[in-house]
Unconditional design. Sequence first.
Length: 157
Amino acid sequence: MNATILLDEIDLPESGPAEIEVKRSFTIGISATRARRAVNGWLRNEVSMSFIAETPILVLDTRIVWRIPIAYTATHVGRVGLAGTVDVDVTTAELYHTGSLRECLFAKARKMAEQLPPFEPRTLPTAIKPVTGIMHTHILPTTNPETIIAALHTTTA
């Protein structure tokens, strides 16, 4: 598994030589893929289908977490921009989100949405005509599918 690693709050000189030595031991209790899926589930079930989790970053800080960027999307343009992040504990798989994160995501999304072009519904090309006049039948699927298909062919013919 490949992972991007972020070292949070590290002191570096303005210029000149720098040396970073990192030695951390930890147990991976949740993979980056599973953490991303967990965040997508939380977004879908408790926030909005307009948000999607992106590629996790391993953050080495006082606690080791998968930091998962959350993108705002719009149906008529796709990915709009970054709305926030959620941390998932690498060892315990606990999602660190506060009650205010949901409101922060919505506030960022509103600002991004104001910059979007207006939604324009798609229109059918003139060569394509919508289907009309299909008869409705009250056939209940209590028999085998061949009988249902045969009955449909006789009622629409």
